[in-house]
Write a protein that binds this ligand. Structure first.
Ligand code: ZN
Ligand code: ZN
Length: 611
């Protein structure tokens, strides 16, 4: 399912010059080129890598603006170092998104009368809003293009996937597409909504119980859909991708239509009586404008698939558990291999970050249900572990060395679940500072994992619990504590998250989130301990009339945590109890699938700590 990963997107060093020429020919002063596509995909198909094609920048977020006499690329803090290595600074000024937002840069560089173009498929209304005021204040004008000039200048642009769509079995999803559509259309009827536009591809894949290989790492089907209040739907995906079995799975009340016919279907919504609902955070501006021009009665609200997709049913949760045990077997075998060959010193000097990541991948790939990684493995040794979104490249690839930490954040896709797990391993003897920091991260991880909280609590109210042991000595980590995860879908899934800021979505039983506190010492080492957990009911904690309905976390990830890095005397007795119980459950669930030798290794790795 990951054939798109093997071919790499290409950079065209002369594109910026030809783009300027083309824009000038069209009477345009500039163009905004974001790292997105019509589906707001986190991972892009090759033919949507326009930002990389133009600038050489291969990060997962960013935007470029090309004007006739100047150009800039805007990246966030994760990507400042990487963008300097990849982008020619004689052509593109590299700006930090927070310090010089693209709107602000545009305001400074625009001249009255300048027309700045954009592709209306690649912006949500919210995203374009950032530029509207800036361009207006500069006396310029924003204008959508009919044909994307970059595509016009990209002769061999890879086309989208043509592979057959796969059915996501009800054995995994626990709910038929019909039942899901019934549930959503019932709520549409209540609000007087006749048609709901669905443009987020994970919502489409979830709603119709279908999967594809349209983007790397996530088994998404890219397409658009209109769901009507009678639970029927139009799906805009190439009909040739559906074979007879998939067509009968879809059922008669879903019509599958060529994507370029969507305009006609949107025009038709201008003629119906009821309201058409769109989600401003994911809908392409093109669709919204078309609906407006057709005279549709538009209302806006977040996509109704978001919450039911995030709140997994019992069938989904029990499947996700199976995927985690399978993944835990692969990870345990890898950690045992690492211990015997690298931590022991045997292969020190001959094992690099990339080769270790490949080794881990080979253990996962042994299982027939494994369909590919859920994101690019972060394999960071020594100082590279301190780069939060590090991706080892042939230029940065580093041999694992003695007396240092190794951080590996990886995940797999299986038809029954998506995994994401980080472990930090000591190679050689860790310093007392490393042990102190690791134990603080572990304490934060345990305290949050063991916390119960009243129903209605949002992730941002819990975030500080995982940071407290680091805050105590004036330290912190510069990323969120947890994100939602899909079932055989996106490894980063909303709407819930555990972070300092964000949309306050209450955590609900069935949701899956990560708990991943860390600590990063620039130039020296990085630490992160990440498990996925599911939210479960914890009942009423006392019998009093004022007692609240409580929720808690149940751990899904099954892999040992390196005990060589733990300073036992820093742990409270109940934290030791939690760790010992966790390690016991890792041993119980994973050991039946291991060889005698690896089982013995796991028994040592999960041996209880004495208080
Ligand atoms: Zn991770
Ligand atoms: Zn994660």
């Amino acid at each position: 399912m990951n054939n798109t990963i093997s071919s790499q997107p290409t950079f065209d060093a002369g594109l910026h010059a030809r783009l300027r020429e083309k824009l000038a020919g069209l009477g345009l002063a500039g163009m905004i080129v974001p790292h997105t596509n019509a589906y707001q995909s986190e991972y892009l198909p090759l033919g949507d890598e326009r930002l990389l094609r133009l600038t050489g920048f291969s990060g997962s977020a960013g935007v470029a603006i090309v004007m006739q006499n100047c150009a800039a690329i805007f990246v966030d803090g994760r990507y400042t170092i990487q963008s300097r290595a990849e982008v020619d600074e004689n052509i593109f000024e590299i700006c930090h998104l927070a310090n010089t937002p693209p709107g602000e840069w545009l305001r400074q560089n625009i001249k009255p009368g300048d027309k700045i173009c954009y592709d209306a498929w690649h912006f949500t209304p919210t995203q374009l809003g950032v530029y509207e005021t800036a361009v207006e204040e500069g006396g310029g004008e924003l204008t959508p293009v009919k044909i994307n000039p970059i595509d016009a200048l990209w002769p061999d642009r890879p086309m989208g996937s043509t592979s057959k769509i796969k059915i996501h079995s009800e054995n995994y999803s626990g709910l038929s597409s019909y039942a899901k559509r019934q549930m959503i259309s019932a709520s549409m009827k209540k609000s007087g909504i006749s048609a709901q536009i669905i443009s987020a591809s994970d919502n489409i894949s979830w709603l119709f119980n279908i999967r594809g290989d349209d983007v790397p790492y996530t088994p998404l089907v890219l397409g658009f859909a209109i769901l009507y209040s009678d639970a029927s739907a139009k799906l805009f995906v190439d009909p040739k991708r559906f074979d007879a079995a998939t067509l009968s799975h879809m059922g008669k009340d879903i019509s599958i239509t060529e994507p370029d016919k969507i305009g006609d279907a949107l025009d038709a919504l201008g003629k119906i009586d009821g309201k058409t609902r769109i989600a401003m955070e994911s809908i392409p501006l093109w669709i919204k404008s078309r609906l407006e021009n057709a005279g549709a009665n538009i209302v806006t609200a977040s996509d109704p698939c978001l919450l039911p997709k995030a709140t997994k049913n019992q069938t989904e949760v029990s499947n996700i558990r199976k995927a985690h045990i399978r993944d835990g077997v692969a990870l345990t075998r890898f950690l045992a291999w690492l211990d015997e060959n690298v931590v022991s010193g045997k292969m020190i000097g001959s094992v690099s970050e990339i080769s270790v990541a490949e080794k881990l991948e080979s253990f996962r790939a042994e299982h027939e249900m494994y369909t590919g990684p859920s994101f690019t493995t972060i394999s960071g040794s020594g100082p590279n572990g301190a780069i939060v979104h590090y991706r080892a490249s042939p230029q940065t690839d580093r041999m694992l060395g003695k007396e240092e930490l190794f951080l590996v954040d990886s995940g797999g896709q299986y038809p029954d679940g998506t995994t994401d797990v980080t472990r930090t391993i000591a190679i050689g003897k860790p310093s007392s500072e490393m042990k102190d920091r690791f134990t603080r991260v572990l304490k934060g991880h345990i305290r949050l994992s063991a916390q119960i909280f009243p129903a209605g609590t949002a992730g941002q109210e819990l975030d500080a619990i995982a940071r407290q042991p680091l805050w105590q000595i004036g330290l912190d980590y510069d990323h969120g504590t947890g994100h939602g995860v899909g079932q055989y879908l996106s490894v980063h899934e909303g709407p819930q998250r555990i972070a300092k800021r964000g949309v306050p979505v209450p955590l609900k039983a069935g949701m899956v989130v990560s708990i991943e506190p860390g600590y990063y010492k620039e130039g020296e080492y990085g630490i992160r301990i990440e498990n996925l957990v599911t939210i479960v009911g914890a009942g009423k904690n006392n019998k009093g009339p004022d007692s609240l309905e409580m929720l808690g976390f149940d751990v899904l990830t099954m892999a040992p945590i390196d005990q060589n890095l733990i300073e036992t005397k820093m742990l409270e007795p109940d934290e030791i109890d939690w760790l010992n119980a966790y390690h016991q459950s890792v041993f119980d669930s994973v050991s039946p699938y291991l060889s005698k030798e690896t089982k013995a290794w796991l028994a040592r790795a999960t041996a209880p700590i004495k208080k």
